[in-house]
Design a protein around this ligand. Structure first.
Ligand SMILES: Cc1cc2nc3c(=O)[nH]c(=O)nc-3n(C[C@H](O)[C@H](O)[C@H](O)COP(=O)(O)OP(=O)(O)OC[C@H]3O[C@@H](n4cnc5c(N)ncnc54)[C@H](O)[C@@H]3O)c2cc1C
Length: 402
């Protein structure tokens, strides 16, 4: 049985992936989203309240459901599995994506949208009590601590906003902050809300050195980073919000990543590998938020559509052509290019060549693949194999093509 070939396979069902799915499916691309979790929405789904997505104020899971329903309505398909790797076919176009449980799927383009995961600080007790008092998600676990005192570690937006959310359920939040009194890394509005909240007790100049308990968490060791003094604080719950790391372990050593494990992309969200795009928090970028992830998703889907059209055209009209092809790399904005076009068209007609014009300013990938440094350049190909090249040719050079 032949395997289905998807135009786009999107890896990760967070805001970036779901927005890419909507744009791709609405652009009539055969689209598959592969998400390892049952719940769609990624980190957005674990966010208590989202106040900064334009036009919508909702819970994170509410907004995630809307993203999912919207993509599904336009025909995106979904598969629950974990992607463990992919390879590029020998044709340089098709990609084989390996799944943990369901074998392989084939795609013409890939959009990586695997986001980030919470940073583990690695103190004693953190791993041991994960899910038994140590949490990385306030929305998921707040209810376990109704009317109790909890500890939150961190000083960025996530730590501060999730502390404010926790105060709706718990008795008191002890927010452990590494900085001097009064200094938080969160934005101004989040800081104002936290400072005005009587249920938040700030513990400045501090970190936690250990998490202790028996079956469940019972206390933490607070460490004053100025004096080194250790004190015990009793608590059944510790929420860790000390940053995130990219979910790219599955790509290490097999795909270009920067020194921190993030993916570099260009203005079309395309990675260094042709036809492979990356969106959202997994990218090396300035602002990791829902609104930027969804913007990336839209860009990548439209760029994937253009990539597929250009590649398919090239495969069919150049690599698969039954007579010699003259690929003319040109630019409609350049006088030498526009002067050349009618001359080369007349020549090709007289000598039974097929002409394929390539606007090098729009199709930079192809220009790069054929190492075009100057325009116009004519590349003569037979069955995809280059046999002659004329750079900035004059009419008098055309005979060489014969
Ligand atoms: C607690 C918290 C509060 C936040 N609050 C806000 C806020 O108020 N406003 C805001 O704009 N942003 C907020 N953010 C940030 C926002 O959630 C992220 O910027 C956004 O979710 C990024 O979307 P994404 O699609 O890039 O990745 P993610 O949301 O991280 O989604 C990635 C998805 O990929 C899946 N995945 C990973 N690896 C694989 C694999 N190999 N195979 C298959 N699936 C895989 C994951 O399971 C996940 O579902 C918050 C984040 C957190 C953690």
């Amino acid at each position: 049985m032949t395997k289905a070939v998807y135009d786009v396979v999107i890896i990760g069902g967070g805001p970036g992936g779901l927005s890419a799915a909507l744009y791709a499916a609405r652009g009539r691309l055969k689209t598959l989203v592969i998400e390892e979790k049952t719940q769609m929405g990624g980190q957005c789904a674990t966010t208590s309240e989202l106040e900064n997505y334009p036009g919508i104020i909702d819970t994170g899971s509410g907004l995630s459901n809307k993203f999912y329903e919207h993509a599904k309505k336009f025909g995106a398909q979904f598969l629950k599995d974990r992607v463990i790797g992919f390879t590029i076919d020998t044709d340089g176009f098709h990609k084989n994506i390996q799944l943990k449980n369901n074998g392989e799927v084939i795609a013409k383009s890939i959009i990586i949208a695997t986001g980030t995961k919470p940073r583990i600080i690695g103190i004693p007790g953190e791993e041991e009590f994960k899910g038994r008092g140590v949490s990385y998600c306030a929305t998921c676990d707040a209810d376990f601590y109704e009317d109790l005192d909890v500890v939150v570690v961190g000083s960025g937006n996530t730590a501060v906003e999730e502390s404010v959310f926790l105060t709706k359920v718990v008795n008191q939040v002890n927010l452990v902050v590494i900085h001097e009194e009064g200094k938080l890394d969160a934005d101004k509005i989040a800081q104002e809300q936290a400072f005005a909240n009587p249920k938040i007790n700030f513990i400045w100049n501090s970190t936690i050195a250990a998490i202790e308990g028996d079956e469940l968490v019972e206390s933490v060791q607070l460490k004053n980073i100025k004096t080194g003094e250790l004190t015990k604080l009793e608590t059944p719950g510790v929420f860790m919000f000390v940053g995130t790391v990219p979910q790219t372990d599955w790509l290490k050593g097999k795909f270009p990543l920067n020194q921190w494990g993030y993916i570099n992309v260009d203005e079309k969200q395309e990675t260094e590998v042709a036809g492979v795009f990356a969106v959202g928090d997994v990218c090396d970028k300035f602002l990791r938020q829902v609104v930027t992830a969804t913007g990336d998703g839209a860009t990548a889907a439209v760029a994937a559509l253009q990539y597929i059209e250009q590649e398919e055209y090239w495969q069919e009209h150049v690599l698969g052509a039954d007579k010699p092809v003259l690929a003319v790399f040109w630019s409609p904005l350049q006088a030498e290019s526009t002067a050349l076009m009618p001359e080369i068209e007349a020549f090709a007609q007289d000598h039974d060549f097929k002409i394929v014009p390539v606007d090098a300013s729009r199709n930079k990938r192809l220009a790069e693949r054929y190492q075009i440094r100057e325009l116009p350049t004519i590349v003569g190909l037979t069955k995809g194999k280059e046999n002659i090249r004329l750079t900035q040719p004059q009419k008098s050079n055309f005979e060489e093509l014969l």
